[in-house]
Design a protein around this ligand. Structure first.
Ligand code: LIP
Length: 267
């Protein structure tokens, strides 16, 4: 293993995200027998697969980097004594996963202090592995990726995250403004995967009024390393509270921020 603590963790993340994807696929192939329960609302599900995959990732981290902190969607925050914190979503897009839909992924991010330094997203159904290390670019299945420098709101697709954690009009007003600007949106249920699609140029931008750190931090690392612009995340609430997320090809930053601002003005 390399002596460089960042690269050792980056190589580890690339391996573990694929191992976790294989475990998730075993549950996905038997989804009709999957145990599913609900958290706060009927739209907020968790399955035996989410729990098993997070347990696997946490065990691998504990074995390899026992001093690192870990924040995961299902088991919360385990503080560490090293500068590094892992931020993991065992299955992002659980609502798709439990219904046999393919828009889900495994998302693993690594923070050095407050800086996102590694992002790894595995999309097993499509056999796509997204990977980025700070300062070294972003890759899809080993090939360099970049955001779409030619996309425009009026001829591109904007990824949109929507959930019951925000007032409905925050989403509906953004959609209204986007459509009035000649744009169009997609919402898949996996913020991580849609952020990865921004990094490889499939989507022009992504916005979600409230997202959790484990859903977005790997994707934000990918976009930054793919030449994109990412908004500040998390906000004042900090890592566990989450907050709004926005990211785009750099030339669309002002237009997307203006659409968000307009959506927030509506009484
Ligand atoms: C999902 C996020 C998505 C959000 C959903 C849900 P999960 O994560 O990726 O952006 O809109 O409400 O939180 O719960 O499937 O890991």
């Amino acid at each position: 293993m390399t002596e460089d603590p960042l690269m050792a963790r980056a190589m580890f993340a690339r391996e573990v995200v694929v191992e976790a994807g294989r475990l998730a696929m075993r549950y996905f192939d038997d989804v009709e027998n999957l145990n599913v329960s609900h958290k706060l609302t009927g739209q907020d599900e968790v399955s035996a697969a989410d729990r098993a995959v997070e347990r696997l990732i946490r065990q691998r981290i504990a074995d390899a980097f026992p001093a690192d902190g870990v924040l995961g969607e299902e088991e919360g925050m385990l503080p560490g004594s090293s500068p590094f914190t892992w931020v993991i979503d065992p299955i992002d897009g659980t609502s798709c996963f439990v219904r046999g839909l393919s828009d889900w992924c495994i998302s693993i991010a690594l923070l050095d202090g407050n800086e996102i330094v590694v992002g790894a997203i595995d999309h097993p159904v499509d056999e796509e592995l997204f990977f980025a290390v700070q300062g070294k670019g972003a890759l899809l299945n080993g090939e360099p990726i970049t955001v779409d420098g030619n996309a425009q709101v009026a001829n591109g697709l904007v990824g949109l995250g929507a959930n019951l954690r925000v007032e409905p009009q925050m989403v509906s007003e953004f959609v209204r403004g986007l459509l009035e600007a000649g744009g169009m949106f997609v919402r898949s249920g996996s913020g991580a995967l849609m952020l990865a699609h921004v990094a490889c140029g499939r989507l022009a931008a992504y916005y979600e009024p409230h997202i959790n750190a484990w859903d977005c931090m790997a994707g934000l690392c990918l976009i930054r390393e793919a030449g994109g612009w990412i908004g500040e995340f998390p906000g004042p609430g900090g890592l566990v509270a989450g907050g709004p997320v926005v990211a785009a090809a750099p030339h669309l930053r002002e237009e997307i921020l203006a659409l968000i601002a307009a959506s927030e003005q509506t009484p």
